[in-house]
Ligand binder design. Structure first.
Ligand SMILES: NC(=O)c1ccc[n+]([C@@H]2O[C@H](COP(=O)([O-])OP(=O)(O)OC[C@H]3O[C@@H](n4cnc5c(N)ncnc54)[C@H](O)[C@@H]3O)[C@@H](O)[C@H]2O)c1
Length: 262
C-alpha cells in the first residue's frame, strides 16, 4: 500500500493499458481520476476501480481530449478538486499510425503528433504546474514504447512520436528535479489491446499478410515467449508511481518480455 491515499490521474484510461493502470494503482491504494474521450468506457472502468480498490476508494471520470491543452489542465484541476490532492500523473493516451514512410500525409502526421506528443507535453506541463502550485513533490509518468527506442517498418511516424516522449521525459526530468518532481516513461512491447488489433489489420492491408500474422511474428520474437498483458505494463507503472522509484528520473525502460535490448 505504498501509494495509499495518493491521487493519480490516468489519461486514456477507458480501455487497454490505461484501464489496467487505473485498476492497479487503485489496488495499490490510490484514488483515481479516469480521463478519456469515451464517457461510457470511463464509467465502466470507474465502477471496476471502486470494486478493486474496496471501500473508501474513490474513482472519478473526466472527459478530455489530450490534444487540447485547456482540457488537460482542466482534468488536473478536476483531480485536485474532487480528490483533495494531486500526486501522480500518467500520460498514457496515445494512438497508432501505420503506413510506409513514403505515404505519410500531412493530416496523418498532424493527428498523431497532436495526441502522442502534444498530449504528453500538456500533461507534463499541467502536472508540474499543479505540483509547484501545491509546493509538493510529484510523479509524472508517460507512455513511450519499444518503438521509442527503435524504428520499425510501417511504424515510422508512430516511432517518431514515441522517441519524442523520451526526449520530453529527459528534458522535463532535468528541469523539474529541483522541485522534487520525477519524470519517467514506460516502454511496452506487444500488448494485445485494440491498438494492436488495428496495427495488425493495417499491416495485413499493406503487406497482404493474413490477419494475425504480423502480430504472431512480433510475439514470436519475445524472449519470454508470450504476448504482454496490460497488467504486465501496469505492474511497472505501479513501481514508477510509488516511493521505490524515488531515486529514478528521466528514464524510459523497456517492459517488453525481452524484445528490444538497450
Ligand atoms: N498496445 C501496445 O502494444 C503498446 C505498446 C507500446 C506502447 N503503447 C502505448 O500505450 C498507450 C496505451 O495503448 P493501448 O494499447 O492501451 O491503446 P488503446 O487504443 O487500447 O487505448 C487508448 C485509449 O486512449 C484514448 N485516447 C485516444 N486519443 C485520446 C485523446 N486525444 N484524448 C483522450 N484520450 C484519448 C482512447 O479513447 C482509448 O481509451 C498508448 O500511448 C500506446 O502508444 C501500446
Amino acid at each position: 500500500m505504498s501509494i495509499n491515499g495518493k491521487v493519480a490521474l490516468v489519461t486514456g484510461a477507458g480501455q487497454g493499458i490505461g484501464r489496467a493502470i487505473a485498476l492497479r494503482l487503485s489496488a495499490d491504494g490510490a484514488n483515481i481520476a479516469i480521463v478519456d474521450m469515451k464517457e461510457d468506457k470511463m464509467k465502466a472502468v470507474a465502477d471496476e476501480v471502486r470494486k478493486v480498490g474496496g471501500a473508501g476508494r474513490k474513482a472519478t471520470t473526466f472527459k478530455a481530449d489530450v490534444t487540447k491543452r485547456d482540457d488537460v489542465f482542466a482534468a488536473v484541476d478536476h483531480a485536485e478538486k474532487e480528490h483533495g490532492g494531486f500526486d501522480i500523473m500518467v500520460n498514457n493516451a496515445g494512438i497508432a499510425s501505420i503506413q510506409p514512410i513514403s505515404e505519410v500525409t500531412s493530416e496523418e502526421l498532424d493527428k498523431i503528433l497532436k495526441v502522442n506528443v502534444a498530449g504528453v507535453l500538456w500533461g507534463i506541463q499541467a502536472a508540474a504546474k499543479k505540483f509547484k502550485d501545491r509546493k509538493q513533490k510529484g510523479k509524472i509518468i508517460s507512455a513511450s514504447s519499444i518503438a521509442g527506442h527503435e524504428g520499425f517498418p510501417l511504424l515510422g511516424v508512430y516511432s517518431a512520436t514515441k522517441f519524442a516522449v523520451r526526449a520530453l521525459t529527459q528534458a522535463a526530468a532535468k528541469e523539474f528535479a529541483s522541485a522534487g518532481i520525477t519524470v519517467n516513461a514506460y516502454c511496452p512491447g506487444v500488448v494485445g489491446t485494440d491498438m494492436w488489433v488495428e496495427i495488425d489489420r493495417r499491416m495485413a492491408e499493406i503487406t497482404g499478410a493474413k490477419i494475425g500474422e504480423n502480430y504472431d511474428k512480433f510475439v514470436g520474437g519475445i524472449a519470454l515467449g508470450r504476448a504482454q498483458t496490460p497488467e504486465d505494463v501496469a505492474a511497472f507503472v505501479s513501481y514508477l508511481a510509488g516511493p521505490d522509484s524515488d531515486y529514478m528520473t528521466g528514464q524510459a525502460p523497456m517492459i517488453d518480455g525481452g524484445l528490444v535490448y538497450r
